[in-house]
Ligand binder design. Structure first.
Ligand code: DGY
Length: 326
């Protein structure tokens, strides 16, 4: 008999075919998250689960899941996991690092360029029939990307992929991490470590690339926004909650910074309607990793983690190794 697993949300058919060779699948084949009570009910009796960022896996979700051995997230971020609760339940947790770095870095650049050069506002203007009404020296004056200073807060794999792309624009790249990168990696990114105040003060484009944890909640709030240049743009493709959205809305509305490109928000999937009233912000619905090839690679990575976990092997991307003997 094949072990039973849950796939909590619609994925590509190839992924289901791959999993079906190993498992009996309870497939929630809809592009909508299961409600918490249904998620808990469907985890009961399962040996494993493929989960999405929209699934909160905590004590309540695990309460009846006595045979569960592994939960495998289709995401590199896992702030939907209560890792302590999963570990207490003796369940392996995995994520999908690496496979989405380049696609996510591309999305950062798309938002950076769109915000700096006012592409989305210009598109709206043109569609509204206003070609003749722009002012040469006012309406569409954006921030040059070439030769500007790119500041990156959080210089992990994706931050470094963002930095490497800056070479084509002859940008100066500065970054802040708790620890500077080893010299060889810094050279590969042509990037210089600076303290957080210098990063906020000097960046023309400030890119946030931190994983979310309570320690970085609102790490960019009113005080940090006040340190930025009035001509600067803030780009967040990392996680909602890193930025204080209310403070950002105020800063954008009062033109205390020039613009923002945002893929992530507090309280997703709800969007603070005040963002929609601003024309100096570009908004996308958490599509950082969203190319077919990358989303497929992420789902396959999660599937392979689950196959390893349920066949007595250590999953390649185990998040709680301490529970399973280091
Ligand atoms: C991740 O993998 O954490 C991304 O945010 C999902 O697109």
């Amino acid at each position: 008999m094949k072990p039973k697993i849950l796939v909590s949300r619609e994925v590509f058919p190839e992924v289901i075919e791959h999993l079906a060779a190993y498992f009996e699948i309870d497939y929630h084949a809809e592009d909508a998250a299961l409600q918490p009570a249904e998620l808990a009910a469907r985890l009961a009796g399962k040996a494993g689960a493929i989960t999405m960022l929209s699934d909160r896996i905590d004590d309540d979700a695990l309460a009846g899941a006595h045979s569960l051995k592994a939960v495998c997230n289709v995401a590199v971020g896992y702030n939907n996991f209560d890792l302590a609760a999963i570990s207490r339940a003796g369940v392996m947790a995995t994520n999908t690092p690496g496979v989405l770095d380049d696609t996510t870095a591309d999305t950062v650049w798309a938002l950076l360029m769109a915000s700096g050069r006012r592409i989305v506002a210009a598109d709206r203007w043109l569609r509204a029939g206003y070609w003749q009404r722009w002012k040469f020296n006012d309406d569409w004056l954006g921030q040059d990307v070439h030769h500007a200073t790119l500041g990156i807060l959080g210089m992990g794999r994706i931050g470094q992929a963002v930095a490497r792309r800056a070479a084509g624009f002859a940008m100066k790249v500065i970054y802040h991490n708790r620890q500077p990168l080893p010299a060889e990696q810094e050279r590969a990114c042509n990037a210089t470590w600076v303290d957080k105040d210098a990063l906020l003060r000097d960046a023309d484009f400030l890119v946030l690339m931190l994983p979310y944890s309570p320690a970085v909640h609102h790490i960019v709030g009113a005080a940090e926004l006040a340190q930025m240049k009035p001509s600067a743009h803030l780009i967040n493709v990392a996680r909602g909650g890193i930025v204080d959205d209310g403070a950002l809305i105020d800063a954008l509305r009062e033109k205390r910074i020039a613009g923002a490109g945002l893929d992530v928000f507090e309280n997703e999937p709800a969007l603070d309607a005040r963002f929609c009233e601003l024309d100096n912000v570009v908004l996308t619905p958490h599509i950082g990793s969203s190319s077919r090839a990358t989303r497929l690679a992420m789902a396959m990575c999660a599937a392979d983690n689950l196959i390893a976990a349920l066949h007595g092997r250590r999953p390649p991307n185990l998040l709680n190794p301490e529970v399973f003997g280091g």
